[in-house]
Design a protein around this ligand. Sequence first.
Ligand SMILES: [Zn+2]
Length: 362
Amino acid sequence: MSTNKKRSRKKQKVYTIHWPVLLGLTFLLVAVVLLGVGVVRACALPAGDALEAEGTQEPIIQAPTWSPLPVDVDFTKVHSTHVKVFFPDEGKIRDMLLEEYILGVVAGEVGSSYPMEALKAQAVACRTYTMYSIRHGGCKTNPSADVCTSSSCCQTYRSDAKLRRSWGNTYTYRYSVIAKAVMDTAGVVMLYNGKPINAMYHAASGGWTEDSENVYGSTFAYLRSVESSHEIGSRQTGEVRYHRGTFVEKVNGARPNAHMEEDKLEEQLKVLSLYTSGRVEKLQLNEDVITGRTARKLFGLDSAMFTVEITGDEVIFHTKGFGHGVGMSQAGANGMASDGADYKTILSHYYTGVSFGVIGQY
Ligand SMILES: [Zn+2]
């Protein structure tokens, strides 16, 4: 019995010593495996994807190398200029702090996903456009205001309430990103002959921006056609299709002198001339000739940089770029910033011969 007891005790002793060791080893093994998976996953992600929210359409593409600002930014501490903003949907004019308005415009125009220097370039362009508008009769829709919130008249603007709704739980981060771009450039504007410039901008150039007179008839020395070779954005190319019959109806309805015929489109529809940028200068519609800009409006094209393809059934417009093409290309600014350019380099590229100044000091 004593021997059995001894053996039994010995046996029990063996198990009590090894179970914790075994469990410890198991935990250690699991931890090593999990750590390994984490390292492999981290190495597989490009640095720029560090903050990307999986499954969202608009990823936050840039990892901050700075501390995000608190949400309650006090714009009065950096600048005190005010601007009268007309809200067409409410029929009201609001007196706003300039920088607070600029934040809503940058948010509306490009959002928060561009690199910081591209956002700063956008902030300076929006601010300069606003200061130019103040000096030149204000908003065309409502001259009692300096600017309005309509993209077809002045500049797109998103209110804080709209941003909170659309950004949801990414609001704080996104707001901080744009607030930094606005605050770091607070008061900075582009000047030509010592005055704020007409800082026009557009979504994508298609490779070359446009001379202002080719689009709006007025020549501005700083709004020259420049190459924009590296563009990053969603609206690089487009296509608009019309059935031959629909196309002829549309043209003859809008241009009664054209007298187009469905079975003679190959002879009657021609691009007559191009600007050096590649945008269409003149388009022949049988007995009528229209400008590329008019064609863009009439046929609902993304830009006036287009070619025409005529098939057995259809007329197809192939476009490059998006917008009027004058001044800064937002997709081009995105490309330049991604290549390491700072905001002044970006703006100096798209606005020929400009200098920089601060509101109240020029
Ligand atoms: Zn307006």
